[in-house]
Write a protein that binds this ligand. Structure first.
Ligand code: 3PG
Length: 212
């Protein structure tokens, strides 16, 4: 498996970020890192995404910075040129996938159905985002999907929280989980970086527990 994807698996939780002010990105990166989760999927849900990726990648070299909610190949290109080390998409978009494969950038496309999993497998992608995990049936659905797709690892996102994180992580087909609860936009805007560190550290403890 690609080294970046391996690192995401070791992280256990990928903080999903929507950030309004790019200038907050370095503080956010340091807060997550201090909590033991040196990783961020900065989503293109806000106009600050590209600049935030650039600032966090430049100022927090220990943090694995990727881009999320990437909807077009042009966004993927912007993310990569600003320093993103991996790309996450909510659905399976062939143009984004092809761009990332050509550039040798790890791509984690979103899937929800067996048909979409097949589309990803046809591109030899075996680490896939399962989205929206909770609404799509959560642990129960992932267990059922794991039967025919034994070689696929999933990153459930959408409705993952501290109460269900361990249930997801205990599934052998789960690689890591994505979630926004650790660094909600409001917390970032309020400058509540100590709270973010605390939430990251609690999530990291749950990851260790589930692994042990
Ligand atoms: C994502 O884009 O991965 C999800 O929207 C995160 O979902 P959450 O906000 O329910 O954690």
């Amino acid at each position: 498996m690609n080294e970046i994807l391996e690192q995401l698996g070791q992280m256990g939780v990928i903080p999903v970020i929507a950030i309004d002010n790019a200038a907050d990105a370095p503080k956010l990166g340091r807060a997550l890192s201090a909590g033991g989760l040196p990783c961020a999927e900065i989503t293109f849900r806000t106009p600050a995404a590209a600049a935030a990726i650039r600032l966090m990648a430049a100022e927090c070299p220990d943090v694995l910075v990727g881009a999320g909610t990437v909807l077009t190949a042009a966004q993927a290109e912007t993310a990569v040129s600003h320093g993103a080390k991996f790309i996450v998409t909510p659905g399976f978009d062939e143009a984004v996938v092809n761009y990332c494969l050509e550039q040798n950038i790890p791509i984690i496309p979103g899937v929800m159905t067996p048909t979409e999993i097949n589309m990803a497998l046809n591109k030899r992608l075996t680490v896939l985002k399962f989205f929206p995990a909770g609404a799509a049936g959560g642990v129960k659905t992932l267990k059922a999907i794991g039967g025919p797709y034994g070689g696929v690892k999933f990153i459930p996102a959408g409705g993952v929280n501290p109460a269900n994180l361990a249930d997801y992580l205990r599934l052998p087909q789960v690689h890591a989980c994505g979630g926004s609860w650790l660094a909600k936009k409001q917390l970032i805007n309020e400058g509540a970086f100590d709270t973010i560190t605390q939430l990251a550290s609690e999530a990291a403890a749950l990851v260790r527990q589930a692994a042990g």
